[in-house]
Write a protein that binds this ligand. Structure first.
Ligand code: CTP
Length: 400
């Protein structure tokens, strides 16, 4: 089998330079990349750069190498087309099926998955024309990654930035791996919590846990690549924002609860992958706690934190909403998991065994997903994103 064939479409925005980094990641990970820029893209990055980095010829026109019928062949042969950056004009052309250059022709002939990574000024992104074009493209099965929020060209900031190329690459990798399975979570809103809460004692100390957040991030990235709108509520992970995902940062269990309750009302699924502290110090010292010579330290008095998972499972804003929990267990893993599923009242519970060198911080995981309907799905030891995909398979099946 040859290398997977990727078409990298580049339209004319200042973020075109970031597509060089995406191109490098794609070629270095064994993809055969054909760059198809628009004429305006070449104002930002020249054809020589695209050609040298891809090792393939570069053209914007259907009139070059006509004997090879490039306007049809490039799209037909592709395993993936990714347009990054996609300007408002490009989204409009794609939504309306215009074909006045090589890239727009390629988009019409491609039958493989298509990913658009839009980048533009906030006003252009928010304009009803652009939003309707995005909705049209999504309805037809394309994956349109929401732009990131941040600094735009010049001094303004807002939604419209091209996400980090490394994260667009992550989306491409997952979409390619799914082949023709398509974005089965399109139109769904999923809320995922990730990381571990920290309960402060004073301005410098906290009670925390070993959760790295990697499983929650794998869930968020996988859901986004399957077309879902994703709200990721992260506690103390320090991980980069996944492309197209709305990230909410929290610190403590109480803040996490607030953020989950705020995001949950229109969610189809809430997945509680975060390790939430069951207790917090009763008092917070506004100044650093000092040791006093000759005195024993003051005991730390703890109070219970709310059980967010049990609360959202018991009090669903919509009866059809699905709630997924995680159970980290060190002993009697399955028996404890079954009891926890019943106690928390969730639809699915991902049970895994944890320990100092197991699961926490690692790239791999092994788990059993228990269903309230009595089902048990064993997920063998493997990458956290494989477990994430199994969770979304079970969720997609239940959403119908
Ligand atoms: N959880 C939660 N709120 C809490 C504690 C846990 O929402 N205050 C959620 C976690 O996000 C996870 C699930 O509950 O999805 C189970 O977490 P775990 O720590 O395994 O369970 P606990 O309820 O803390 O039970 P125990 O410590 O007794 O094992």
């Amino acid at each position: 089998m040859g290398k997977p064939k990727v078409v990298l479409g580049v339209s004319g925005g200042i973020a075109a330079y970031k597509a060089c980094e995406l191109l490098r990641r794609l070629t270095e990970s064994g993809h055969d990349v054909r760059v198809v820029p628009t004429d305006s893209a070449l104002h930002f990055v020249g054809a020589a750069t695209w050609s040298a980095l891809s090792g393939n010829p570069v053209s914007t026109e259907v009139w070059d190498g006509v004997h090879e019928v490039p306007h049809v062949r490039i799209g037909q042969e592709a395993d993936l087309v990714v347009v990054a950056p996609a300007t408002a004009d490009m989204l409009a052309k794609a939504a309306h099926g215009l074909a006045d250059d090589l890239l727009t022709n390629t988009l019409l002939t491609a039958r493989c998955p298509v990913v658009f990574a839009p980048a533009m000024h906030t006003e252009m992104w928010e304009h009803p024309a652009t939003q309707e074009n995005v909705a049209t493209l999504r309805r037809r099965g394309a994956l349109v990654i929401d732009p990131a929020v941040g600094r735009l060209t010049g001094v303004d900031t807002g939604k419209g930035r091209l996400p980090d190329p490394a994260e667009i690459f992550e989306v491409c990798r997952r979409v390619l791996a799914r082949g023709t399975a398509g974005p089965d979570l399109a139109g769904r809103h999923v809320v995922v919590s990730a990381g571990g809460t920290r309960e402060p004692l004073d301005p410098v100390r906290f009670l925390g846990n070993r959760s790295s957040g990697k499983q929650g991030y794998a869930l968020a990235r996988t859901a986004a690549a399957r077309g879902a709108r994703v709200t990721l509520i992260e506690a103390n992970t320090g991980l980069p924002d996944p492309a197209g995902v709305d990230v909410v940062r929290v610190g403590t269990a109480v803040q996490l609860r607030e953020a989950v309750l705020k995001a949950a009302p229109d969610a189809d699924v809430v997945v509680m992958a975060a390790a939430v502290a069951d207790f917090r110090p009763e008092t917070y010292a506004t100044g650093k706690i000092k040791k006093k010579d000759g005195q024993d330290p003051e005991p730390i008095v703890l109070v219970r934190n709310p059980d967010i998972l049990a609360e959202i499972a018991a009090d669903r804003p919509r009866p059809e909403q699905l709630v997924v929990g995680f159970a980290a267990e060190t002993d009697d893993v399955l028996a404890n998991g079954r009891a926890k599923l019943a106690r928390k009242g969730c639809d699915l519970l991902v049970v895994n065994e944890v320990g100092e060198r197991k699961t926490f911080g690692s790239e791999e995981n092994e788990a059993v997903v228990l269903g309230a309907d009595g089902s048990e799905t064993a997920v063998p030891y493997g990458p956290k994103e494989a477990l994430a995909d199994t969770v979304w398979d079970l969720v997609a099946h239940r959403l119908g």
